[in-house]
Design a protein around this ligand. Structure first.
Ligand SMILES: [Zn+2]
Length: 500
């Protein structure tokens, strides 16, 4: 006889199928769709999303969860079934708390806000975007209030992207991190700058592409379960077991873009592949924590891809592909070039030492907007003041200041901090990995990345969405999310590179 849990699992599997359909539609939209298809595609996606929402918030599902309540109390709280119940209940409650009218109003506002933001950014015109952003802030506040009582109005927004995490936790972590990062950057900028000119030459895009493919094949990206396409804003998308697609962006005049975005997305993809292999067609295979996800992408991009042992293996190969550009550039010079630290205005171009400060600034502004202590009209000025304070640079236009990121026009409040959390978590994994695999550097020098992937599969990927970020970090490393390993790493690395 089918158990109550079996019934729940098959019900959720069909909801997941709808989610994969939206993923496939979105992948197609960003890679292949002819431009005139945009309007119809919006409608098609809207319909599928409505069906998904109906299924994920239906009274039938509510009843199933109710029926399982007593059974769950007798389960080991860390068992798969207990966790499936917890994750499903949380999602169900989230969906049923929000009235459909608010969902529609938010979706419509976002549709308009996105085009307004694109135009405002291109024309450096914050005032035209201002009313849309005001509306979004108002709707997000209304949304958050549906989840009262809470410790902080920002909590329900953060929970969308980082389940289980509270505003107070993130603030505490960032407060410990901020002064140390500011001090490190001050020390670095007092030293002579390294030269990254060799990276900005003409590099044949086809050869860049092939090199990226070679690298991620060594990382363990499975080409029978994925593919790589070129887009403007790279992303990774999982469309069920055996299908995790990645994208990249190649710039002919700068080798850093394609190289590191390919490795970054591969990190996301390996996570998705590992989770969906073990947890096919269950929502425990759907990783909800963006911080955990980013801990994988940043690990491959930075901890592997910007490391010396990695380049001791790969640099001769890269030189052989680009002899006239890199033939006379030493490994040491190249390594320093890809690790140059320079406080700058744009988050997505920021180096490892300055990146988190871009995030802290956004988090603080978002919290103030939600609390009502900052008005949208004062946002550009508040942005510029913090850039000056944290990074010592001041935007000369709103396009390279408050308008630079797409997130707010999408209604994403609560998203940014997951990038910084991912950085911190990646180093907590890293220190544990080196304890478990002490000769990892030697393996990289030999071009071997299998032991690393096996470790990540067993300790992280395998669990999928079973644990929240804080729980998984605690389970694997024995401590909560902690900025200390990240600061140790930065200090060691830049002491070598800049002679601190
Ligand atoms: Zn990412």
């Amino acid at each position: 006889m089918e158990s109550k849990f079996d019934k729940l699992r098959s019900y959720l599997a069909e909801a997941l199928d709808l989610l994969y359909v939206t993923g496939l539609l979105s992948w197609d939209q960003q890679t292949n769709m002819p431009p005139n298809g945009a309007e119809a595609r919006g409608q098609i996606t809207g319909t599928i999303e409505r069906l998904l929402h109906l299924r994920a918030s239906s009274p039938e599902l509510g009843q199933m969860l109710e029926d399982l309540k007593s059974e769950v109390n007798n389960l080991d709280p860390d068992s798969d079934d207990a966790r499936l119940y917890k994750v499903t209940l949380r999602e169900y409650e989230r969906r049923t708390k929000v009235p459909p009218e608010l969902v529609t109003e938010l979706a419509e506002t976002i549709g308009l806000a996105y085009s307004s933001w694109e135009k405002a950014k291109a024309e450096n015109d914050f005032p035209t975007f201002k009313p849309f952003l005001e509306k979004i802030v108002e709707l997000r506040r209304t949304y958050a209030k549906l989840f009262a009582p809470y410790d902080h109005i920002y909590d329900p927004l953060l929970a969308e992207f980082e389940p289980g995490m509270k505003t107070a936790d993130v603030k505490e972590i960032f407060n410990a991190l901020r002064p140390q990062q500011v001090e490190l950057i001050r020390e670095i900028t007092a030293k002579p700058q390294v030269d990254d000119a060799p990276l900005t030459q003409h590099f044949d895009p086809k050869k860049q592409w092939d090199f990226g493919v070679e690298v991620i094949t060594k990382f363990g990206y499975d080409w029978k379960s994925g593919r790589l396409d070129e887009v403007v804003h790279p992303f990774t998308i999982g469309i069920g077991k055996g299908d995790t697609r990645i994208t990249t962006r190649i710039l002919p005049e700068y080798i850093g873009s394609g190289l590191f975005s390919t490795m970054h997305e591969c990190g996301h993809a390996l996570y998705d592949m590992g989770a969906s292999e073990k947890r096919a067609r269950t929502i425990l295979g759907q990783i909800r924590s963006l911080g955990l996800h980013e801990s994988q992408s940043r690990l491959y991009e930075n901890l592997v891809g910007r490391s010396l042992p990695f380049w001791q293996h790969f640099y001769p190969r890269l030189q052989s592909l680009f002899p006239s550009q890199l033939g006379n550039v030493s490994l040491e010079a190249f390594y320093k070039g890809i690790n140059k630290v320079e406080p700058s205005l744009i988050r997505i171009e920021a180096d490892e030492a300055t990146y988190n400060l871009h995030i802290m600034l956004r988090l603080e502004l978002e919290i103030s907007l939600m609390e009502g202590s900052l008005e949208v009209v004062d946002l550009p000025e508040a942005w510029n003041a913090r850039m000056k304070e944290y990074l010592g640079v001041t935007p000369t236009s709103d396009s390279e200041g408050v308008l630079q990121d797409v997130h707010w026009s999408h209604g994403y409040f609560g998203y940014f901090s997951t990038y910084a959390l991912g950085n911190l978590i990646s180093l907590q994994w890293w220190e544990k990995i080196y304890q478990d695999i002490p000769d990892l550097d030697d393996q990289f020098r030999r071009g071997e990345f299998g032991a690393l992937l096996t470790w990540l599969r067993e300790n992280i990927h395998y669990h999928g969405a079973k644990f929240d970020a804080q729980e998984l970090v605690q389970k694997i490393t024995g401590s909560k999310i902690d900025p200390a390993p990240y600061m140790r790493y930065l200090r060691n690395k830049y002491t070598d590179i800049y002679g601190l």
